[in-house]
Design a protein around this ligand. Structure first.
Ligand code: BJW
Ligand code: ZN
Length: 260
């Protein structure tokens, strides 16, 4: 935990957060790379956020892929290889436990992550805003296929039409999948409590879900190791790693449930 936050302040914030959650009939969550950091996956911004000297903005665009598909595939093949070696952490598990309390119709995870770890942890209502790295999509016939755990060549091709495959993810300047975006917007607009976990919330439209939730009157809880502009005034801020804080939050919530 951050040294400037006293234990007392932290306990009070944890209580406020648990109370906000308990009062909510519906809960939605926005997660980012930070929730998977304790599984061993790198975040995008800040320390260690570069890949071979490239910013994510330089490799995660359709323009970069058109210019140098081998470079872009090297970036994603390295991340794919890492993905098969990692497991969900206690933060993912805590969110899955929360879903059990509210049920999958009233608890939704909207994730910017493409690692599939929320589902692997047992969450059922997961809106993958930026796609999923286990899938590939043909740039010719648009066919989407699951290819988990398989080494792909540097320039993988479609078995049906022979065109180049790409990861089935959302790059800068691309639209989010319409159905996923609609469902995420609905979850944010209907919830009374919105959790923002492990994201700098600088990438839109995903970060706009926080405004959607706030405009609809939801209380916001932010869980992050660093202060961000995401949560805004009035939000409850829990400063520390989500793999530690989310389980504490669940424990506080469930203890209060039992206490009536
Ligand atoms: C911990 C922790 C621990 C660490 N516990 N916490 C100007 C203004 C507004 C918008 C735009 C603009 N110019 C362009 C745009 C649009 C653009 C955008 O938002 N750009 C901004 C950067 C300015 N958006 C788009 O292009 C989107 N599409 C779109 O807008 O379509 C309409 C359109 C169509 C045509 C033309 C133009 C527009 C698409 C965005 C897609 C983003 N895709 C990526 C790559 C996906 C695949 C991949 O993973 O490679 O998604 S970019 C990258 O950033 C990735 C992430 O999902 C996303 C968000 O990052 P995230 O998750 O927040 O990670 P970090 O690293 O930033 O933060 C980690 C956080 O965790 C930190 O806060 C840490 O402190 C914390 N942390 N350890 C808790 N243990
Ligand atoms: Zn094809």
């Amino acid at each position: 935990m951050h040294p400037s936050i006293s234990d007392e302040d932290f306990e009070a914030a944890l209580d406020r957060a648990a109370n906000l959650l308990r009062a909510a009939e519906r809960v939605a969550v926005l997660t980012g790379a930070g929730v998977s950091a304790e599984s061993g996956l790198a975040t995008f911004r800040g320390a260690g956020g570069l890949w071979e000297g490239h910013r994510v903005e330089d490799v995660a665009t359709p323009e970069a892929f058109a210019r140098d598909p081998a470079l872009v595939w090297r970036f994603y093949n390295a991340r794919r290889a890492k993905l098969w070696t990692v497991r969900p952490n206690d933060g993912h598990a805590a969110l899955a436990r929360m879903e059990q309390r509210w049920g999958p119709d009233n608890f939704a995870v909207c994730t910017q992550n493409i690692d599939g770890l929320h589902r692997a942890a047992g969450s059922r209502t997961v809106h993958e805003l930026h796609g999923n790295l286990a899938r590939v999509r043909c740039t010719g016939c648009r066919r989407v296929e699951d290819r988990p755990g398989v080494d792909l060549p540097e320039l993988p091709r479609c078995g049906a039409c022979g065109e180049l495959l790409r990861p089935d993810i959302v790059w800068f300047h691309e639209m989010l999948p319409a159905d996923v975006w609609r469902d995420a917007g609905r979850a944010a607009g209907l919830c009374e409590c919105f959790l923002v976990v492990g994201t700098t919330a600088v990438v839109y439209p995903a970060a706009g879900l926080i405004d959607t939730a706030r405009a609809a009157g939801a209380g916001v809880i932010e869980v992050n190791i660093e202060p961000t502009a995401a949560a805004g005034r009035g939000a409850v801020r829990l400063r520390g790693p989500s793999g530690v804080l989310l389980p504490q939050l669940v424990e506080r919530l469930l203890a209060g449930d039992e206490g009536g």
